[in-house]
Design a protein around this ligand. Structure first.
Ligand code: SF4
Ligand code: MG
Length: 333
């Protein structure tokens, strides 16, 4: 089947205020050549350190910011870089981390949820809002006429989820959507999201710094480093064997990692390099303990570990062997 979303060579550089580098205007290479696909009905988790480009990717997908280059193909149609494709855009909704900032404090909860649907001319926005309130666990009789500041953070996030669903989207981008919640509330909202996905046939892109949360909800995981994709794989595969040295470090830093799957990587040295002037070749080479001469000189391509594999990584270690990945446990152990 055709993927619901195809992203090809997506690029976004941001100017730095007053920034000059080597006589040229300095640009942060926030997203640089990102490509991936999202299948209908799956959840793709996106992980990486803060500043790796996860949120910028999300904002590009929903058209909050315009891309410099690349393609975003949603349901077979090119979303271009403009907000003119409003009907198409409606099919892609987003839920942010800050449950309060995305709500208008002067609108009641019912009106907050109905608002977008009303603007879009969808039928019966209030009825739609009340049905969704019920569905996300906010009894309309109790909550409809209250204001966002009168409810808890978890309830506000339920409002934001209902608000996104009121637009009848097919793809929902969740950017750290449960990260600000207490652990018990987080689990409830995650379960709700999983149920809604099945019930409405939704597709999710789930961005989080929390690997356990991403594991719970995702079918596949995409790992970003300094604006690039370094690895993509089905969740079970990446959980049992991380192919990219950066992914290994990221996973081994998790306190709750199952000891059988824990690779004894030393913690990552230092901070990520400056995204205005990223390292040449493989951007991870300044922190990678397997780096070789080729790593500084040549950008590794994201490619399957073996023919037809769904497990992709961008690392020269995988190009050195003949057919098989040499970056298995034997090389990296
Ligand atoms: Fe490390 Fe080289 Fe692989 Fe980059 S390409 S992750 S530097 S081994
Ligand atoms: Mg972020």
């Amino acid at each position: 089947a055709q993927p619901l979303l195809i992203v090809r060579n997506l690029q976004k550089y941001f100017p730095v205020r007053g920034g000059i580098l080597g006589g040229k205007k300095a640009l942060v290479q926030a997203v640089d050549g990102v490509s991936f696909e999202v299948k209908k009905g799956e959840t793709l988790g996106i992980v990486g350190e803060s500043g790796c480009g996860k949120s910028t990717t999300a904002r590009l997908l929903i058209g909050l910011i315009d891309k410099d280059k690349g393609e975003i193909i949603y349901d077979g149609q090119d979303l271009g870089g403009t907000l003119s494709l409003r009907d198409l855009r409606r099919g892609v909704q987003m839920v942010f981390q800050d449950s309060y900032a995305s709500l208008n404090p002067r609108l009641t909860i019912e009106e907050s949820i109905a608002f977008g649907a009303r603007i879009q001319g969808l039928s019966d926005p209030v009825g739609r809002a009340r049905r969704l309130m019920e569905r996300v666990g906010l009894a309309p009789d109790r909550f409809a006429q209250r204001y966002p500041h009168e409810v808890s953070g978890g309830q506000r996030q339920r409002i934001n989820i209902a608000r996104a669903l009121a637009m009848s989207p097919r793809l929902v981008v969740l950017d750290e959507a449960v990260s600000a919640l207490d652990k018990s509330v987080e689990a409830q909202v995650l379960n709700l999201l999983a149920d809604l996905r099945a019930e409405f046939g939704l597709t999710y892109i789930f961005i989080s710094h929390d690997l356990n949360v991403v594991r719970y909800i995702s079918d596949r995981i995409l790992v970003m480093y300094l604006g690039e994709v370094v690895e993509i794989a089905p969740v079970d595969q990446i959980w049992s064997s991380q192919a990219h040295p950066y992914t290994r470090s990221l996973f081994s830093a998790m306190p709750s990692m199952d000891p059988d799957n824990r690779t004894m990587e030393p913690p990552l040295a230092g901070d990520p390099p400056n995204p205005i002037n990223p390292p040449s070749g493989c951007r991870f080479h300044t922190r990678c303990r397997f780096a070789e001469t080729v790593c500084k000189a040549k950008v590794p391509t994201l490619r399957p570990l073996s023919v037809g594999s769904e497990h992709l990584a961008a690392c020269h270690l995988h190009d050195l062997g003949s057919g098989h990945s040499k970056a298995g446990k034997d090389v990296l152990a």
